[in-house]
Write a protein of this length. Sequence first.
Length: 95
Amino acid sequence: MTWTEAEYLDYLQLERRGYAWVMEHHGGLAPEEARRAALEHCPYEPAEASFRGLVFHDEAWHWAMMSIHGDRYAVEHPELADPSPDYLVLQRCLP
């Protein structure tokens, strides 16, 4: 995907926010720990980086659930296979 730097930064912030929210609300991390986890999972990638933003091909919900419950989370916890309504509301709001 080709995007401007501003578009990339907006999307990066949105994904970090979603990841941190899941880690806090479903993973039991304190808010600051959840933010750190999001920064580690979704680091800034410079424009010239190969496959910049590849992590965005799945929602932050998915990556966070994998971190919490493992690769088979959707099978072992089918109630978590789809993002919760609260998560969806969060992700549709701009900062």
